[in-house]
Design a binder for this molecule. Structure first.
Ligand code: ADP
Length: 505
């Protein structure tokens, strides 16, 4: 049978309805790209109070029912809105979701359990959508695969539903007192479930449940998928990742290539493209001027944009920044985070005026000007599941200097002086001087081999970081769960006309 696969993408965030981090971008971009790739993808998120009124007012009521949660029986309304061609469902319950923020409440465990149960329960009430794949994301939806198998497995409608669970952030796993097991999850009397959710004598772990119950697991880069099988990266789950490595996939996120486009970016003083880079030189001069750095095209300008934390390699920077600044290199940092790093950067910006600039704040517009105006982006992370900044930098022809971990390793091709290939520079060990020498080497190439540098910029700018690539990889993974369905091969723009849901070709 040849038809589109029907995927329900469940998450707590999706742009433009809710965003607190990268997950929101995934929820906003991936479903659209999946549709274009030939898949019927719909999204389900909570109906948060903070969703802008312009969207809320357009939602229509689909259905309502009650969800059992331990001893509770809780109302659930499902509302619907089509946005940019994608159908979004919203789980409506004012008690749980009529709050200022998405997370950070004493009853988050109960709220996410409710959402996960509602997602599974609603599969039988969506009039025109018969789900093949339930794609859950992070700990907020981790219980859905558990509930599906423990409470719904026997029902014919659910038999064919396969589950994919994606880890975007392994730090937050939903670790709760085991009291929750009976009181909220209603799983006390099911020893298999209780055992699989158990973390230690006193606590259970929602994400552990998803990692054991889901048919397929994924995370946000191939290298990170390898790394989390080790104790250092695995956050206590490495044993499960090792056991289940045959169903564990690494798929790099994309970036919004229309929003991050140096040829059309309205936040840049000058636009440019690979065909005509003159605008980039002018952006550099404008940025040097703006940040109080010496305006000189021949001095390499290195930027860092992101959270100032140990994860981002800030202790390496702290160790050698003084030495780097001695070498006729300009360094400009935009970010907020741990106070010790903020203070350290402010100190160097004062002590090395004209060579170093620190903007300790969140500033979206400045970040655009920095991605465009810089020659290099330094990102020496201790670990980096995927990382966006390095991809954005490459799109702007700013060469990344990265540590070879997670998504940094997968997205940056290190410069090879013998073949001339590459899209940036990288080093392997978490060592300040290794980082410094890699950066100095890059600066040397910048100064002495402008032809090579131009070629590297061209390579970086032509790399495909679109969501289309990610969507094709997700689709291939979904297809593994339903080998009986022949992939839909409609042309990209004819996909919308393709028969939906049941029909076969
Ligand atoms: P993280 O681990 O913080 O998610 P990523 O590299 O995946 O790191 O994504 C960080 C995103 O946030 C990038 O798009 C970056 O440009 C943006 N960003 C981080 N800090 C700042 C800031 N201070 N001002 C503007 N943008 C920022």
């Amino acid at each position: 049978m040849r038809r589109k696969l029907r995927v329900l993408f469940a998450a707590f965030e999706a742009v433009p309805f809710m965003k607190t981090g990268g997950l929101g971008d995934v929820g906003g971009s991936l479903p659209q790209a999946l549709r274009a790739a030939g898949c019927e993808c719909r999204v389900i998120i909570p109906k948060f109070m903070t969703i802008p009124e312009e969207y809320k007012s357009k939602m229509t009521h689909v259905t309502d029912f009650y969800v059992s949660l331990g001893w509770r029986n809780v109302y659930c309304g499902i509302e619907k809105l089509t946005h940019k061609g994608v159908v979004y469902y919203f789980v409506d319950n004012e008690y749980y979701f009529n709050r200022e923020r998405a997370y950070g409440y004493f009853d988050d465990g109960e709220r996410v359990a409710y959402f996960s149960k509602a997602v599974v329960e609603c599969l039988q009430y969506l009039p025109d959508f018969k789900c093949d794949v339930l794609h859950c994301n992070d700990w907020h939806t981790a219980l859905a695969p558990v509930f599906l198998r423990e409470f719904y497995q026997g029902l014919p409608l659910y038999e064919n539903v396969k589950t994919v669970f994606s880890v975007h952030n392994l730090k937050f796993q939903g670790q709760m007192s085991d009291y929750v097991l009976g009181d909220i999850l209603g799983l006390w009397g099911i020893p298999a479930a209780a055992n699989q959710l158990r973390f230690d004598e006193r606590s259970i772990n929602f994400m552990k449940g998803a990692l054991l119950y889901s048919d397929i697991l994924s995370t946000v880069s191939r290298t990170y998928a390898e790394e989390i099988k080790t104790p250092f990266f695995g956050e206590h789950m490495d044993g499960i990742f090792r056991d289940r490595q045959s169903v564990l996939y690494g798929i790099m996120n994309g970036i919004d290539t229309a929003g991050w486009d140096p040829a059309a970016d309205p936040m840049l003083p000058f636009n440019y493209s690979a065909a005509d880079m003159s605008g980039k030189a002018r952006c550099k001069a404008a940025l040097q001027e703006e940040l109080g750095l010496e305006v000189n095209p021949n001095i390499p300008l290195v930027v860092m944009i992101g959270r100032l934390t140990e994860q981002k390699g800030m202790d390496l920077v702290q160790r050698v920044l003084g030495e780097i600044l001695d070498k006729d290199i300009e360094v400009a940092v935009l970010g907020t985070g741990d106070k010790q790093y903020e203070d350290m950067l402010s100190y160097y910006a004062w002590e090395r005026r004209g060579r170093c600039a620190a903007s300790v704040r969140f500033d979206e517009a400045l970040s655009h000007r920095m991605y465009a105006g810089a020659d290099m982006l330094l990102m020496p992370s201790l670990f980096e599941p995927c990382g966006l900044s390095q991809m954005i930098a490459m799109r702007y022809g700013t060469l990344p200097v990265v540590r070879e971990t997670g998504g940094l390793k997968d997205s940056v091709v290190p410069y090879n002086q013998y073949t001339g290939e590459g899209t940036g520079f990288s080093f392997a060990n978490y060592n300040a001087h290794e980082m410094m020498f890699t950066l100095l080497n890059a600066a040397e190439v910048f100064r002495t081999a402008p032809g090579t540098w131009s070629k590297l910029m061209e390579n970086a700018m032509s790399t495909d970081f679109s969501w289309d690539r990610a969507a094709r990889e997700y689709l291939a993974v979904y297809q593994l769960t339903h080998p009986e369905v022949e992939p839909w091969r409609g042309k990209k723009d004819s996909a919308d006309e393709a028969p939906e849901a049941e029909s076969a070709e």
